[in-house]
Design a protein around this ligand. Structure first.
Ligand code: FAD
Ligand code: NAG
Ligand code: NAG
Ligand code: NAG
Length: 541
């Protein structure tokens, strides 16, 4: 998922402190949850015993009981659940000993454990109210080790950021195959979800590109697992939302890295033509290396920032292009290459483009290094940070929509519910499930081809207008309500629900497997309480 080209958020932040109080009091879902409300300060009492218990642990790293504010924050900037302690592990046994200790206390203790990757969750998924947060990013259990053989791979700690893996593997001319749009995320965090980006149509998501894992279960046992060894645990933790174990190490498949990327954007005003071309592009093997897309809605004015640093193929025609007041769909594609193949690749791209039905004057291209292409969102991040617009609420909504329902969805959501896309980008592209392993815990639509649609809104702090949190959350809810009523095949990605009923529906035919795996690997429901699927002390069978 990309981040807003700067300029999406019109207002500047004035009352930084005040808005925290303001918006917390107006989050609509803070009252009717089964579980904790978004902000709960640390509390004392029963946890005195728990913290005493924890202090008896012998660790290579350490536990901190104070100044744990960071562990109660995330990218969503809406949930702040304070842990009792944060574990800064130095070894896998720090993690297994801590969990085993908590497990052996049974229900006498209400301690839970959440791994925290880079904390880029949206709704507190990596937080543990009054529990133990494991700071995975500080866990360097392993030196990054690259095997450059026939089937190249890299062994990494699960707390490693993807950007670091890219830098390290590029030194040997190699790189992972499947990415997320933003690389300042951890391996354990994205593998617990799926890791979906513009390469997923070719290689499957990140969870389809990992050979082997090391996992600490909710009992504190440590297992190596793969397709051939402890396969059920391997599949359980992939897309497992942290429910079945803590991933401590991963072996990630690599390929030869290209040096350069030809990066292309074209526009459509006809949604059917847009999706037909996208679906055509993902169906062939001899194709682009990356395929995504965006929706732009600006009923009041011109589109101007969809092509910021790109060059027009036909400058004269492009300058006459008028986007006044319509909905546009931008196809974003990329072809990897090495400098010595430039002529060949230009011809290749030209021929791949000939079959497509975009508006001819809107062909824009750019050439960048592979590193710059993959790390593109970091550029937006830096611009937004400089304006104080990064650490603000992000009420994101991610959906997986069956191919046969995408037209109804577009008509209602882009044509009716949304009035513009000024709160942040909307990403939309199809993937084909044939490269996805359905034994993992990830819940996807039944259909073979489905779309990822990501509404990546930022809320202007303390605004009560259409750019404010309340408005955006209400809009998200309208989209969800529409899907629940009319498009039952739609699934949330990076899901968030308030009741176990909804989780059961989310997992659909996989729910029984989820229950079996939970009772096998985390029977006390200690792990990742912030997902709010299971609650410690409440039987789930
Ligand atoms: C700017 C931005 C762009 C993004 N783009 C994409 C994208 O293109 N595609 C995509 O698929 N996602 C994308 N994401 C979502 C991202 O995959 C999730 O935020 C994910 O949670 C990874 O973040 P993290 O490493 O910070 O994990 P956290 O938020 O820290 O953790 C996520 C969940 O996994 C659990 N967890 C973390 N580490 C482990 C571990 N080692 N073992 C077991 N459980 C663990 C946590 O307890 C929590 O429940 C994007 C997010 C942002 C902020
Ligand atoms: C929408 O149009 C208005 C008026 O022309 C313009 O100021 C604004 O930047 C446009 N928004 C986007 C996202 O292009
Ligand atoms: C999905 O991919 C498989 C394998 O490449 C292919 O056989 C199938 O036709 C594709 N499905 C669609 C709907 O394009
Ligand atoms: C996995 O895929 C197979 C074959 O495509 C299908 O029969 C099965 O129902 C799927 N399993 C789940 C849990 O979705």
């Amino acid at each position: 998922m990309g981040l807003p080209p700067s300029g999406f958020i019109k207002q500047s932040i004035i009352f930084l402190k005040l808005y925290i109080i303001l918006y917390i009091s107006c989050i609509p879902d803070s009252t009717n949850h089964l579980f904790a409300a978004p902000t709960i300060p640390p509390h004392f009492g029963s946890s005195d015993i728990s913290s005493y218990e924890l202090q008896t642990l012998e660790l290579d790293g350490y536990l901190s009981f104070d100044n744990n504010h960071k562990a109660a924050t995330d990218f969503g900037n809406r949930y702040n659940l304070y842990p009792l302690a944060v574990l800064h592990p130095k070894s896998v046994s720090d993690i297994s000993n801590t969990i085993n200790h908590i497990f052996s206390m049974g229900y006498a203790s209400d301690l839970t454990v959440a791994a925290r990757g880079h904390g880029h969750s949206i709704q507190g998924q990596a937080q543990a109210y009054n529990g133990v947060v494991i700071n995975m990013e500080s866990f360097q259990g392993l030196e990054m080790k690259i095997n450059a053989g026939e089937l190249p791979y890299v062994d990494v700690s699960a707390g490693e950021l993807w950007i670091n893996i890219l830098h390290e593997t590029l030194k040997q001319g190699l790189a992972p195959k499947s990415w997320t749009d933003y690389l300042h995320l951890t391996v354990g965090g994205t593998l617990s979800n799926a890791g979906i980006s513009g390469q997923a149509f070719r290689h499957g998501p990140q969870i389809s590109n990992v050979y082997q894992l090391e996992v600490v279960t909710g009992k504190g046992e440590v297992f190596a697992c793969s397709e051939n060894q402890n396969a059920d645990l391997f599949h359980a933790v992939l897309g497992g939302l942290g429910q079945f174990g803590i991933i401590t190490r991963a072996r990630i498949s690599l390929e030869k890295a290209p040096k350069m990327v030809k990066w292309i954007r074209v526009l459509y005003s006809d949604f059917s033509k847009f999706t037909r071309d996208q679906e055509h592009l993902i169906s062939s093997n001899d194709q682009f290396d990356y395929i995504e897309g965006f929706v732009f809605i600006n009923r009041t004015g011109l589109l101007n920032n969809w092509r910021s640093s790109f060059n027009p193929q036909e400058p004269l025609q492009a300058s006459k292009f008028n986007s006044d007041g319509k909905v546009f769909y931008c196809l974003e594609i990329a072809k990897y290459f090495n400098p010595d193949e430039l002529d060949f690749i230009n011809k290749k791209v030209e021929s791949l483009l000939t079959g497509l039905n975009y508006i001819p004057s809107t062909l824009f291209t750019s050439e960048v290094t592979y590193l710059a292409f993959l790390d593109r969102v970091h550029v937006s991040e830096n611009k937004l940070r400089a304006k104080g617009l990064w650490e603000i609420p992000h009420p994101w909504l991610n959906l997986l929509i069956p191919r046969t329902q995408i037209h109804d969805f577009a008509q209602e959501v882009f044509g009716n519910i949304l009035k513009d896309t000024s709160n942040g980008p909307i990403i939309i592209y199809p993937v084909n499930k044939s490269k996805w392993n359905n034994k993992t815990s990830l819940a996807t639509p039944e259909e073979e081809v489905f779309y990822l649609v990501a509404f990546l809104s930022s809320a202007v702090p303390s605004s009560i207008r259409t750019d404010g949190l309340e408005h955006i959350l209400a809009q998200n809810q309208r989209i969800l309500d529409y899907c629940i009523e009319y498009l039952p095949g739609v699934k949330q990605y990076l899901p968030h629900y308030s009741s176990q009923e909804e989780w059961r529906a989310h997992f659909g035919p996989k729910w029984q497997t989820v229950l079996q795996r939970k009772s096998k690997y985390d029977p006390l429901a200690i792990l990742a309480p912030g997902q709010r699927i299971f609650q410690k002390g409440i039987s789930f069978l």
